[in-house]
Design a protein around this ligand. Structure first.
Ligand SMILES: *[C@@H]1O[C@H](CO)[C@@H](O)[C@H](O)[C@H]1NC(C)=O
Ligand SMILES: *[C@@H]1O[C@H](CO)[C@@H](O)[C@H](O)[C@H]1NC(C)=O
Length: 300
């Protein structure tokens, strides 16, 4: 896991000037990207599988961890909650992915300069790829869960503290054929906001197929977000592989510092039959908006 800071002047702050960012943002070890903007910098985190790589000053205790969270460190995300910075990530044992759990490390008031210390495990059961969704001032964890074996679904629970959580509801299951290529999968959930409109983007199908792609779930705007009936699931994918950019998924959305643009940061690979490994690169693309107010993610 890598915490990397990008100068805004060289990246997305002035996307129309000559000096702009170029894709890929990270050519390798670019899996599971997540970007936040704070205090003049973009912070990009991606998976490097083994550790929390240098936050410049201090590393997390998760890099010298207990056996149950030693390995397969994935899907890091950086959040500011009540003026404290947290990194959420998934980690498990060395042998297989059955032990994957969501963990959190806690930093200080600035994402770059503070020590991050281990703060706990989110759930006793298998959970990966959690993210924080904020609706009407309430925080929710949304994450990939296993309501039955080999049926990676997408769950939600209200977040009353930064950790741990108990009780969860399934919001989406891999019910459509394009969510089940290779294996039934809903993972990599991420929130998308525009004014009062809220969506959750998430990845469908198995990550090493070229059918790994994004779909959207739209919040109806009223009612308890933790109830599936208050969401509408899009029937079609919204962001899929293109020639040479395969397995586009595990994205996150972020806004430009002036708040006028929304960007999609995602991973993809040039290897059509590639594995879910460090060959994947990180890329970003600006989100366009249709006349009806829905997002148009375009093509990779
Ligand atoms: C593509 O990925 C597959 C599966 O990991 C691997 O066997 C193959 O060598 C890769 N091809 C290239 C050109 O890297
Ligand atoms: C929100 O959506 C509108 C179209 O409905 C679009 O003009 C605007 O740019 C979007 N805002 C962001 C931050 O992307």
């Amino acid at each position: 896991m890598d915490l990397l800071r990008l100068l805004t002047t060289l990246s997305l702050l002035h996307p129309t000037t000559a000096v702009t960012f170029a894709n890929p943002l990270r050519p390798c070890d670019g899996s599971d990207p997540h970007i936040v903007h704070f205090d003049g910098f973009y912070y990009l985190m991606t998976t490097t599988w083994t550790n929390l790589r240098p936050t410049r000053a201090k590393t997390s205790k998760i890099s010298k961890p207990a056996r149950q969270r030693c390995c397969n460190v994935r899907a890091p995300e950086l959040y500011k909650i009540d003026n404290t910075w947290y990194i959420y990530c998934t980690a498990g044992n060395r042998q297989n992915l059955d032990g994957q759990r969501s963990h959190v490390v806690r930093g200080g008031s600035h994402p770059w300069n503070n020590y991050y210390g281990y703060a706990g495990q989110l759930t006793p059961q298998w959970v990966i790829d959690r993210t924080v969704l904020i609706i009407a001032g309430k925080n929710y964890f949304i994450y990939s869960c296993l309501p039955q074996p080999h049926w990676k679904s997408f769950c939600i629970t209200e977040m009353t503290s930064f950790t741990p959580i108990s009780g969860w509801k399934v919001l989406s299951e891999p019910s459509l054929p394009w969510e089940r290529v290779g294996s039934p999968v809903n993972d990599g959930a991420t929130a998308l906001y525009n004014g009062t409109k809220i969506w959750v983007g998430y990845s469908r199908s198995y990550c090493w197929t070229d059918s790994y792609q994004l779909g959207l779930l739209a919040y109806k705007g009223v009612g308890d977000p933790a109830e599936g009936s208050n969401w509408v699931k899009g029937r079609q994918p919204v962001f899929s592989s293109s020639e040479g950019n395969w397995g586009t998924g595990h994205n996150a959305f972020f806004t430009s510092p002036d708040g006028t643009e929304t960007w999609n940061v995602y991973h993809a690979t040039t290897n059509r039959t590639g594995n879910c490994d460090g060959n994947r690169y990180t890329a970003a693309k600006k989100v366009e908006w249709r006349a009806d107010g829905t997002p148009d993610l375009g093509r990779a």
